[in-house]
Write a protein that binds this ligand. Structure first.
Ligand code: GLU
Length: 449
């Protein structure tokens, strides 16, 4: 066993050397490799056929120029990315992120994670991720549209319902997907609904897709609590972020009788002791594209907004990081533990640092990794692809039922895999091993690909 761990270490060093200056990608790879020791020892073919090296090398990486004009007619320039990581299980599938922090390393970490997440859903989808270092914040609708049109004018040649099917991620929602789909349709002269997911329900989208990541993460949290003989009812929760994932996680927690007392954005944290007012929060964040400080102002005495506030210092039973990568570190984990938090579930991709995860696991806090817990978004994207392929549209109830069943299956898979490996309750190992084996076995069957 130690010998193999040493081998994994050598593989990891080689991957770091081969992909310099990409710390988030290294972190995501390390997280998966850390779980694989026992499996590699049992299945010698995985090492012999260089499965890890192959899985850590994207099938294709595309980087492109995105020129566009702002409202003053000035030429602007951004960089676009599409990393097609794995098509072993189906067409490349993953979201587009528009955020100034986007670079190749971040897109690769997201694409790599997406491969295993998508495998865990049990749906026929490969893994990819894309995006641009474009900041939609403060841009007019016209500017966002011109940017999306320019972005798609390059990207379209790589896409297709059987080839590569993007969706949204941070900074890309229904508005951006509309502009992207419109441009794809013009260039190709095809109403190819299945080429993008997260579309508006009026033009080929699926009901529940918008809610799916947040709802799915709460369904996963429920299953984790159930395994410990508990429910969400009456629990106090803290959710970071206030974007699509956070809002719908808050909504479902509220439906289940939990009290969500805080959320945040990049400007600060709002603490609402009696529980967030859902209608007001959705109005400010979704309808008005406002900030949580606007929510706090409208809520008056009851809510407190702190600019440099720390969302993880607010006492809670359950914490759901739903904003972005590496937003909860070891110090935050220690604070949560000290305050009696018993469950942490990742709604975002890799929001808890490796040191944070280690602290939580050591303290016996139940921890749901994003690969498993936030897979509801992409799973519902696969349901959208099914509806598009059959030119059908399902009811909200039916689609939500399918999502709940998928999240239940993912939970069971992770739980049972961890038990079988002798690490009961360790969803990190369960998710990594189960996801890896699904992809690796398909690749072995398909020859040297
Ligand atoms: N961006 C989402 C994720 O991280 C959804 C991807 C999709 O629906 O394709 O899983």
């Amino acid at each position: 066993m130690p010998i193999l761990d040493e081998k994994v270490d050598l593989l990891y060093d080689a991957i770091v050397r081969r992909n310099p200056g990409e710390p988030e990608f290294h972190q995501a790879v390390h997280g998966v490799l850390d779980s694989l020791g026992a499996v590699l020892a049992k299945e010698s073919r995985l090492a012999r056929d260089r499965m890890i090296e192959r899985l850590c090398e994207p099938e294709r990486q595309i980087i492109f120029r995105v020129p566009w004009q702002n409202d003053r007619g000035e030429v602007q320039l951004n960089r676009g990315f599409q990393v097609e990581f794995s098509s072993a299980l189906g067409p490349y599938k993953g979201g587009l992120r528009f955020h100034p922090s986007v670079n190749l390393g971040i897109v690769k970490f997201l694409g790599f994670t997406q491969v295993f997440k998508n495998a865990l859903t049990g749906m026929p989808i490969g893994g990819a991720k894309g995006g641009a270092d474009f900041d939609p914040k403060g841009k007019s609708d016209g500017e966002v549209m011109r940017f999306c049109q320019s972005f798609m004018t390059e990207l379209y040649r790589h896409l297709g319902e059987h080839t590569d099917v993007p969706a949204g991620d941070i900074g890309v929602g229904e508005r951006e997907l509309g502009y992207l789909f419109g441009q794809y349709k013009r260039i190709t002269n095809r109403y190819e609904s299945g080429v993008l997911t997260g579309k508006g329900p009026a033009w080929g989208g699926s009901l529940v897709r918008k809610e799916a990541t947040g709802f799915g993460a709460v369904f996963f949290a429920e299953r984790m609590l159930e395994a410990r003989g508990q429910t969400l009812d009456g629990k106090t929760c803290v959710v970071s972020g206030s974007g699509n994932v956070a809002l719908h996680a808050i909504q479902k927690l509220h439906d289940r009788g939990a009290r969500v007392v805080a959320c945040s954005d990049s400007d600060g944290v709002v603490h609402d002791r009696d529980g967030l007012d859902l209608a007001l929060l959705f109005q400010v964040k979704e309808d008005e594209r406002g900030r949580v400080s606007d929510y706090a102002e409208r809520r008056g005495e009851r809510a407190r907004f702190t600019r440099s506030g720390d969302v993880w210092s607010i006492p809670c039973d359950i914490a759901m990081p739903c904003a972005t990568q590496n937003e909860l570190n070891a110090r935050d984990a220690a604070t949560l533990i000290q305050n009696g938090c018993a469950l942490v579930v990742e709604g975002a991709n890799m929001p808890v640092t490796p040191e944070g995860v280690a602290r939580l696991l050591e303290a016996g806090v139940a921890f749901g990794p994003g690969k498993a817990a936030n897979a509801g978004g992409v799973a519902t994207s696969a349901l959208e692809m099914q509806q598009n392929a059959s030119r059908d549209s399902w009811s909200f109830e039916h689609t939500e039922g399918r999502l709940a069943a998928i999240m239940g299956n993912i939970h069971r898979t992770c739980f049972e895999t961890a038990e079988a490996l002798g690490v009961p309750g360790n969803y990190v190992v369960g998710a990594n091993v189960a996801g890896f084996l699904r992809v690796a076995r398909a690749m072995l069957a398909l020859g040297v690909i």
